[in-house]
Design a protein. Structure first.
Length: 256
């Protein structure tokens, strides 16, 4: 979740996925993607909390935690051109356009994050990320994901864009406005995305968001039956389904 301060409070960067995607086609989501095997196997110049700290927060192993952080940095760069790295441990890249070609090679898996950072003599800024949440796809879904959410503040001078094959359109929005568009049926939000926007809407600045220390308990929605109807059960599901627009119910997006 990439955030910045706006005139009406914190704004978050959102993408609407292209309709041809195998999962969450047409949904409004945060930038993200999968862990690449190379994300945890090669040494990377790194500043910030070490993998052991991340492993404790996400209740996982150190190699897995390292891979998650590296994947978060790589996918953020691939999907919106924002690079959480810098020439030194206390600086960050101000303009990512010189790395446009490398961005494409990363997305096509022609280049690993470690090789890119080494070639450009950049340090991964793990201190620019914070752990936020962990959602696991319900067992009723044919595609299963163990998704770890991070938050990062847009580095000064950098611009987030939509130059990725996975996004039909992108936008900056306050969490409240994004939720209003969902209630109106303009955007489609899966429960995990809705939940994070709902949480972010309670903060007055990116500084507050970045200073937060949410309890990260894995959440896996379960299919439950109530009054003869089946629906997913997860924290806040009563508010989610109460506000879910009829058009979304018809599309079946309530499944997960």
């Amino acid at each position: 979740m990439l955030v910045r301060d706006g005139a009406n409070g914190p704004e978050v960067f959102l993408q609407r996925r292209v309709g041809a995607m195998a999962f969450a086609a047409g949904m409004t989501v945060f930038p993200g993607g999968g862990v690449d095997p190379a994300d945890s196997t090669i040494e990377i110049d790194w500043t910030g909390a070490d993998p052991a700290w991340w492993a404790e927060r996400f209740a996982t192993t150190e190699p897995r935690a390292k891979a998650l952080v590296c994947a978060a940095v790589r996918e953020t760069f691939e999907e919106c051109g924002v690079l959480l790295a810098g020439p030194t441990a206390d600086t960050v890249v101000g303009d990512t356009t010189p790395y446009r070609d490398a961005r494409g090679r990363l997305e096509r898996r022609e280049l690993s994050l470690a090789a890119f950072l080494a070639e450009e003599k950049l340090v991964l800024r793990a201190d620019l990320l914070r752990p936020w949440a962990n959602w696991i796809t319900p067992v009723v879904e044919p595609r299963r994901y163990d998704t770890h959410f991070f938050v990062a503040v847009l580095p000064e001078g950098q611009l987030a864009d939509g130059a990725t094959t996975e996004a039909a359109e992108v936008q900056w929005s306050t969490p409240a406005a994004a939720l209003d568009r969902w209630r109106a049926g303009t955007d489609i939000l899966l429960p995990p995305t809705w939940s994070q926007l709902d949480a972010l809407s309670g903060f007055a600045s990116t500084a507050e968001i970045f200073a937060a220390e949410p309890v990260i308990d894995p959440i896996m929605p379960e299919l439950a039956e109530e009054n003869g109807a089946k629906a997913l059960s997860f924290p806040g599901n009563d508010r989610y389904f109460a506000d879910l627009p009829e058009t979304a119910k018809l599309r079946g997006s309530a499944r997960g």
